[in-house]
Design a binder for this molecule. Structure first.
Ligand code: URA
Length: 209
């Protein structure tokens, strides 16, 4: 049955706004469910909303978001052709790292979003979203490598906020986008022809090495 992805995603967004599965909502201005093209072939997953995202209820709209926009444009895409969301959907106090219990509580929403969108390529930004796919892998060893997990491709990348703090990380992030530009711009063709690191293992069970 062909379901309307936009409708399903907006229903989830409403549930996220009312979500009380953990305490993060307390003290926030808005939930930040995520946004973009419901039929996107490429999804970017960050860590969690910051100050500006909380104010607007939109993902990646602060300084890290400006950098992400530039990187997306650098491979010939635009923000409205992709979907952008986060591991946790409410801002953590003082932008602290999300707790394992908060990530676990919020997983149900990210899982449903990914199931509906069913992207060809998922770009993880930072270690928290990488951990959703490859919990035992260090970002410094896999960033920029396209990894096939079941029928989809995951490309771990550094978080844009880390790149804003460190020039070497910024250069790596820019290079990782360029290196994967074909996969990001033409996922249909590129996913079938690209030489990928393949894993058919359950990402929750596997060790990458
Ligand atoms: N950092 C994130 O991880 N997500 C956002 O939405 C903004 C900044």
């Amino acid at each position: 049955m062909l379901m309307n992805k936009a409708l399903l995603l907006s229903e989830i967004a409403k549930k996220i706004e009312d979500c009380r599965r953990c305490d993060l909502w307390n003290g926030t201005t808005h939930a930040v469910p995520g946004e973009g093209l419901p039929e996107a072939k490429v999804v970017f997953i960050g860590e969690g909303p910051g100050f500006h995202e909380d104010r607007l209820g939109r993902p990646f709209v602060g300084q890290a978001g400006k950098l992400l926009d530039k990187l997306i444009v650098s491979v010939g895409l635009s923000r409205d052709e992709v979907f952008i969301c986060n591991v946790v959907k409410h801002r953590a106090p003082e932008n602290r790292d999300p707790l394992p219990t908060e990530i676990a509580a919020c997983k149900v929403w990210l899982d449903q979003q990914l199931e509906i969108i069913n992207p060809k390529v998922t770009v993880t930004l930072g270690r928290y979203s990488l951990a959703r796919f490859l919990p035992r892998v260090k970002i410094s060893t896999v960033h920029g490598q396209a990894i096939k997990i079941k029928s989809q491709v995951v490309i771990p990348m550094y978080h844009p906020a880390a790149a804003l703090r460190n020039g070497a990380v910024l250069r790596s992030l820019e290079a990782d986008f360029q290196k994967n530009s074909q996969l990001l711009k033409n996922p249909d063709n590129a996913v079938s022809t690209a030489k990928l690191n393949e894993s058919e293992e359950d990402p929750n069970q596997m060790s990458f090495f």
